[in-house]
Design a protein around this ligand. Structure first.
Ligand SMILES: [Fe+2]
Length: 443
């Protein structure tokens, strides 16, 4: 190579070394303790060790810099984690990391009339359909995202993981993404180690709980190694956690393996046996699962039986189970025809689920992200908690329970069935169809 070629190459190399590298990447938020009202954890990647890794946070009467630590793990790059503490509930903050700025809002301390907005997405991948689902979720602007497993489908590829974290960054650097481990996070030792390196969750990070505005969220591990070896410890933790939080406004549990599904994999016997009775006895309102790449919702169930609509006590209402596995990776066909009697709605569509939650209701809605227009809505209601002292005479309230069932099994015309029956009691559970879903104004 002659001198004429060498000079420009040398100059280029010098210039490249002098240029600032847009290094800080794959930024996302988690929670390192169960209190989402006063803390958040930022995780990100740098190509190499940084001198003083830190996150600067500003908000109302708040301006603090939090140091970060490097988290050991497989790489590539250096993973940093900074725990932001001492924040105020329900407050917007801006943070700066590596010259990049993001905004997020802490959880309010309790629910109010104005609902909080939770999104659930799972079985995502890095395909165009995955990007469409994540972009639609970002557009919905949820306060919090729960992910019942199967994230990138990396099969040991560092590059796929990088693409996954870059894909979710706009949605995940701006509110916590709280994940329950899926089987594809365990495909290789590399995937498993990277999963734990790159996430910040409370407790042992495998099963954990946290409170968001008075909603008690519980994440379960149904795939982290030999389930038969840890299931008893996890089940005992779950029993105690639910008992300790029985006064929560709502309890929502999420995990990868479905209890009820009429699609390819079907209900997973190992989780049914390990957890179902504990969840139902513990008064869990909603269980969000995935693994089957489709959407399905059950009627409120107790011990495999559809609960009658004239239930009069909360303990008699049963639990609603969801499968939300349409995050983008692929779709499965229904396996059982016709749909089982516990199935209230199902659809083979890419989607995420949005939950609007206030003191008296969880309103769920499926947002199709494949242009199909598929939807399903449900509503679980309970009255506001009674005032502490009210010595007046006892009264009985008569209400009506309405169930509207909408089904689009394989993309065909929806089948809608409406049943009305009188129900007596203090607690009302209403499952409403898509047409009546927009009762609450969006923010
Ligand atoms: Fe899965």
């Amino acid at each position: 190579m002659g001198m004429r070629a060498l000079v420009p190459l040398t100059l280029l190399a010098l210039l490249a070394a002098a240029l600032p590298v847009a290094a800080t990447s794959q930024v996302h938020l988690g929670l390192s303790s169960s209190d989402a009202a006063t803390q958040a954890t930022v995780v990100w990647v740098e190509p190499e060790v940084v001198d003083r890794p830190e996150v600067r946070v500003t908000g109302p009467l708040f301006n603090r810099t939090f140091p970060a630590v490097a988290v050991p793990g497989p790489g590539p790059g250096v993973v940093y984690e900074a725990r932001l503490t001492g924040l105020q509930p329900g407050t917007p903050y801006t943070y700066e990391v590596g010259g990049r700025f993001f905004q997020f809002t802490t959880a309010p301390r309790a629910l109010s009339e104005e609902p909080v907005r939770i999104a659930a997405i799972a079985d995502v991948g890095i395909k165009p359909t995955s990007r469409a689902a994540v972009n639609a979720l970002l557009e919905a602007d949820p306060d919090l995202v729960i992910v019942p497993g199967d994230l990138a489908y990396a099969y040991g590829s560092a590059d796929v993981w990088r693409q996954w974290f870059e894909m979710i960054e706009p949605a995940a650097a701006t509110r916590p993404w709280m994940i329950a481990l899926g089987n594809h996070e365990m495909d290789t030792e590399y995937d498993r180690n990277l999963y734990y390196q790159r996430h910040a969750f409370p407790g042992n990070e495998r099963w954990y709980s946290f409170d968001w505005a008075g909603i008690h969220f519980v994440a379960l591990d149904t795939w982290g190694g030999d389930f038969s070896k840890f299931r008893h410890e996890e089940a005992e933790w779950l029993r105690q956690d639910l008992a300790a939080n029985k006064d929560a406004a709502w309890t929502v549990v999420y995990l990868h393996a479905p209890f009820y599904s009429s699609f390819r994999h079907g209900g997973q016997a190992h989780v049914v046996e390990a957890f179902r009775d504990i969840l139902e006895a513990g008064g869990v309102d909603l269980v969000v699962t995935a693994h089957d790449h489709a959407y399905e919702r059950t009627h409120p169930l107790r011990n495999d039986t559809v609960v009658t609509r004239n239930s009069t006590v909360r303990e008699g209402l049963g639990t609603v189970y969801l499968v939300t596995g349409g995050g983008g990776q692929s779709l499965y066909d229904p396996k059982l025809h016709p749909a089982p009697n516990w199935s209230a709605a199902r659809g083979k569509h890419y989607h995420f689920v949005e939950l609007l939650v206030n003191e008296t209701m969880i309103e769920g809605r499926v947002v199709a992200t494949d242009g199909s227009g598929f939807t399903d809505s449900f509503r679980i209601e309970k009255p506001p908690k009674p005032k502490p002292v009210d010595p007046g005479p006892t009264t009985t309230t008569t209400t009506t329970t309405t169930t509207t069932r909408q089904q689009t099994p394989t993309g065909g015309s929806p089948v809608t069935e409406t049943v009305e029956s009188p129900a007596v009691g203090a607690v009302l559970l209403v499952l409403v169809g898509a047409a009546s879903a927009r009762l609450l104004r969006r923010r």
